[in-house]
Write a protein that binds this ligand. Structure first.
Ligand code: NAD
Length: 525
């Protein structure tokens, strides 16, 4: 399909600092020839990567780790300039997870991806069974703007270790232009292994038309649906990491101040622009008033900053600004709809100026008629809904089309575990928030409209692998008894063999061996 790629709608776009509004640079969209050249290079990169051992690939990725660690302040600055997040959040949730993932795979990838011996059933005696994990080819990774470094680097690194070359398309809102190339060059990492293509949605679509071996997408539900539809035309496998409306279930036996602080950080970190941010706080009725009071006080104590003044050097800023203007408008529309239908805003709710600094907001008295109840709110807004018992808590937690992540808070670990099992979701933190994704060994992904597939942990490497089954037999002058010709006698023996092998145990083993002996006569070639 190369060459049929649709041209970009606009030839260039500006990237701005969401806090100051300053234009940082202009990006020229690539044309069809550029994309064809990228794929051609990616195929060469793939040939090189697939021939490398896992240990060799890890050595290359290790160079990136060293460079990122040594230049973390420069990278943090680039992230802060384009996202408006507090410096410490760029450090903790963009740099650290990237380094930690590399470290995790340095320790585990050789074992995860090595050829695996599998059992062979008695009826196939004398044969050997194995699984090989092989790379797929050049893969396309499309990333969002909320964690532009982490959510690009995490799948990129995983794909490379599994032996795939990568074409990465970052979000047009936060492309971090040239950063990954700078890291590769500085680290001495082969540039044909990762190529970054800068552009918006149309460029993303054109890249899919070139038929990568897999599309790994992180972003909105609507875009995920469009990408899956387009990929289906070519039967390209897709992994979709989409939105969420995560519940936090708080029982009345918890130590309330910790749960309140968990809700505060889980709901407000990254200015609420986290796919797994706490959005729906479900609180046991006996403690709901105390919870709302304490959370309101905690929110009002956060260090926020209005206006357009650059906050990039402020290491004690708690809440950054929102990254995308269109998301500010969406959050405001959801709040207006909720208030018009009777919701109570306890704090925040309105910007004090025209900047992207949206205040942390606490809302209660919400109901299913309101968008804020069921739609993803990609801003620093949390809602509180009371529940009366465990069954109602589970029902409310499962009420909605998303199923990305959740948290359950209770001093009773058995109850917390029961509730965690009953929530239909991809990840649950117990007595913590957003904690599952803090562990690189745990797979991450969603259920329902939150997407499909898992990355990170062993599953991440398998997600970027062709899982190949191998069965090895010896060269011989015999044929298999089940091969032609079919006879009535063979039918009877096969029927008896099925019964014996299903019977199992020593009796079944002996019968299977006896029937196997009788079948020997059908093995002459
Ligand atoms: P988005 O869907 O608008 O864009 C994401 C990326 O997809 C961008 O690079 C964009 O250019 C590209 N894109 C959009 N439409 C496309 C198409 N039809 N074909 C090819 N490429 C296309 O999402 P966003 O606004 O950047 O990110 C916010 C969303 O991402 C939220 O819904 C959030 O919950 C979700 N998210 C999910 C996870 C997760 O791991 N599940 C993590 C972070 C963000």
């Amino acid at each position: 399909m190369a060459g049929t790629a649709s041209p970009p709608i606009s030839p260039s776009f500006e990237v701005t600092n969401p806090r100051t509004g300053a234009v940082l640079y202009t990006v020229d969209e690539p044309g069809p020839d550029d994309l064809a050249a990228v794929y051609s290079r990616a195929r060469k990169g793939f040939e090189r990567l697939r021939a490398m051992t896992i240990a060799e690939r890890l050595r290359e990725v290790g160079k990136l780790k060293t460079y990122i660690q040594e230049h973390k302040e420069t990278i943090v600055q680039r992230i802060v300039d384009e996202t408006g997040k507090p410096r410490i959040e760029a450090l903790m949730t963009e740099i650290f997870p990237t380094l930690d993932l590399i470290q995790y795979y340095e320790k585990s990838a050789v074992k995860i991806l090595r050829d695996q011996k599998m059992p062979t059933p008695l009826v196939m005696m004398g044969k050997k069974s194995k699984i090989y994990y092989e790379p797929l080819g050049p893969v396309l990774i499309i990333s969002p703007w909320n964690y532009p470094f982490n959510l690009s680097m995490t799948p990129i690194i995983t794909a490379i270790i599994a032996g795939n070359s990568v074409i990465a398309k970052p979000s047009e809102h936060t492309p971090l232009r040239g950063l990954i190339e700078e890291i590769m060059e500085g680290a001495g990492f082969p540039s044909e292994f990762i190529q970054v293509v800068y552009g918006a949605k149309e460029t993303g679509k054109a890249l899919i038309d070139h038929q990568p071996a897999k599309v790994f997408f992180t972003g909105s539900e609507a875009a995920g649906r469009a990408i899956m539809t387009q990929s289906a035309q070519y039967l390209i496998p897709v992994e979709l990491e989409l939105g969420g409306k995560d519940p936090m279930v708080v029982f009345d036996d918890v130590t309330l101040p910790r749960a309140v602080q968990g809700a505060l950080w889980g709901g407000i970190t990254n200015c609420g622009q986290t796919c797994t941010s706490v959005e729906r706080i479900l609180v046991h009725a006996p403690v709901v008033d105390a919870f709302i009071d304490q959370l309101k006080t905690a929110i009002e104590g956060l260090n926020t900053r209005d206006g357009h003044e650059d906050t990039a050097q402020d290491k004690s800023l708690d809440v950054g600004c929102m990254t995308a203007d269109f998301q500010v408008a969406k959050v405001e529309a959801q709040l207006a709809d909720a208030v018009a239908k009777g919701a109570v805003v306890h704090c925040g709710g309105k910007r004090s100026d025209d900047s992207n600094a949206f205040p942390p907001t606490l809302v209660s008295n919400v109901d299913p008629s309101m968008d804020i109840y069921s739609e993803e709110t990609f801003g620093p807004v949390v809602t509180v809904v009371p529940f009366t018992d465990e069954a109602e808590a589970v029902k409310l937690a499962n009420d909605g089309r998303y199923g990305l992540s959740a948290s359950v808070w209770s001093a009773d670990e058995e109850r917390a575990d029961r509730v965690a099992r009953n929530i239909v979701t991809g990840n649950v933190s117990i007595n913590n928030v957003l904690a599952t994704q803090g562990n690189s060994a745990l797979p991450f992904g969603g259920t329902k409209s939150s997407g499909m597939g898992r990355y990170k942990g062993p599953h991440g490497l398998y997600a970027f692998s062709n899982v190949k089954s191998i069965l090895i037999d010896k060269n011989s002058d015999k044929k298999e008894p089940i091969w032609y010709p079919y006879t009535e006698e063979k039918y009877g023996l096969i029927s008896a063999l099925i019964d014996a092998s299903i019977q199992g145990g020593l009796g079944g083993f002996l019968k299977t061996a006896k029937i196997g002996k009788k079948l020997e006569k059908f093995t002459k070639t």
